[in-house]
Design a protein around this ligand. Structure first.
Ligand SMILES: [Zn+2]
Length: 433
């Protein structure tokens, strides 16, 4: 399917109308095919007649990750014969969820990513180096691949890590775009510098950043972003997605939050009581992705906390934009009276250029209270640790315990064996229970 350039510039009422139609057919499909939702709506006494538009969406109870984890099979809405692929979530917080994709789901995923890459101005003239996992049951990697090829761009499946191999691909194929976790793109840039190669002199002109925010809440570049821009001559684009919703929110050239794709997803920002938060306030990203056959969802609470921007973007699109993820619901840390998220600590540590690697570890102390540690490589001098302590105190008013360990230990904690997504934050609280 070709992208209709007008589709992105619908008026707000046209967007609402489009979403209404998509929602009603999605609801009908979900009720008649997914046992979990049929039972749930029946139990609440909700019939399809009670829901005549998106305005009635709030009558439907929300869906939590735990609900899917415990009833995973009942969420599947198709027979095994219609399944063309099985993927799982990463399971960063709990058990991975299994998701069956039909051929239509795969086409939808292709369309989603084609639209998303198009939002970043990527065309058939681009060569895209995908530096994420393309196997390990990972949906996003294959989505980038499918979307990029559907767009007519050329793809290099570099896979995760291995800077030598990444460099070999750059030399051979002159890619114009990197799809990368931003902290990896930074590390890779430094690796190039160490080899006497200026990243600015390479063919790379865009980096599509996944998995980590590159903006602060007012869309100003965060530290990681600033560091990337110092070494690369690129435009950075942020994209937000999750396996469960199989839909991406991607920044346009204006970089003012990820645009919603109206034919693919509806989004609400909810508080702990599942009520909508006020405009511009932080809430839990709650999605109803449209048109999914294998595991359709209604009002799925992602656990990600962000803000929604509804005013027209300077690019002219009227679709809502999702701001950077400000934290994960399950990752909130209560440390000596202060509430914070690992992301805030990362932003501070990224300021200190001597700190090339670290891991934030949260466990429980003898009294069952949160115990916050930052583990830094043992080659760092005492004065760097002092500087980190001082900055964390000044910016966040927290004094985590700073410990040192080998670079090998930290690397193994960041990317444990068999894992496909690097992490900076390890929550050991559940293990202690
Ligand atoms: Zn825009």
């Amino acid at each position: 399917m070709e992208i209709d350039p007008n589709q992105d510039y619908l008026s707000k009422s046209e967007i609402r109308q489009l979403q209404n139609e998509c929602f009603l057919s999605h609801l009908k499909y979900t009720y008649s095919h997914a046992k979990h939702y049929r039972d749930k709506l029946d139990k609440c006494g909700i019939t399809l007649e009670d829901i005549s538009s998106l305005d009635d969406l709030t009558k439907i109870p929300v869906t939590t990750k735990e609900e899917i984890e415990t009833n995973n099979l009942d969420f599947q809405a198709v027979s095994p014969r219609s399944v063309v692929e099985y993927v799982t979530t990463s399971g960063t917080l709990g058990n991975p969820i299994s998701i069956a994709l039909t051929l239509e789901d795969q086409k939808r995923l292709t369309w989603n990513e084609k639209r998303s890459l198009n939002m970043c101005g990527i065309t058939a003239d681009d060569v895209i180096q995908i530096t994420t996992t393309l196997d390990k049951r990972f949906m996003a990697g294959i989505a980038y691949y499918l979307g990029a090829t559907a767009l007519g761009a050329a793809v290099i499946r570099s896979g995760i890590g291995d800077p030598d191999f990444q460099l070999d691909n750059i030399r051979r194929f002159q890619p114009t775009v990197l799809i990368a976790v931003p902290s990896f793109a930074y590390k890779f840039g430094n690796y190039l510098l160490s080899k006497g190669i200026d990243p600015k002199s390479t063919s790379i002109r865009k980096i599509v950043c996944i998995g980590e925010p590159i903006k602060d809440t007012s869309f100003a570049p965060n530290t990681l972003n600033q560091k990337l821009m110092e070494i690369w001559d690129v435009q950075l684009y942020s994209t937000y997605a999750s396996t469960e919703m199989a839909t991406a929110f991607t920044e346009c050239e204006a970089g003012q939050g990820g645009h919603l794709l109206p034919e693919l997803v509806h989004v609400e920002l909810l508080d702990d009581q599942n009520q909508p938060v006020a405009d511009g306030e932080v809430g839990e990203v709650t999605v109803t992705p449209f048109g999914i056959e294998g595991m359709p969802l209604l009002r799925y609470k992602t656990g990600d906390l962000a803000r929604l921007h509804t005013e027209t973007c300077s690019c002219g699109r009227n679709t809502s934009r999702l701001g950077p993820v400000e934290g994960r619901k399950g990752q909130m840390i209560k440390w000596k009276g202060t509430t914070l998220f690992p992301q805030q600590i990362e932003n501070v540590l990224n300021h200190i250029s001597e700190i090339d690697n670290y891991i934030i570890e949260l466990s429980l102390d003898d009294l069952g209270l949160d115990l916050l540690k930052v583990i830094l490589p043992d080659h760092l001098e005492r004065n760097v640790l002092d500087q980190a302590q001082r900055l964390l105190q000044q910016s966040l008013r927290v004094n985590p315990i700073l410990e040192q360990n080998t670079a090998a230990y930290i690397a193994s904690e960041i990317l444990p064996k068999g894992s496909r997504k690097p992490r900076r934050f390890v929550d050991k609280r559940q293990l202690a229970n």
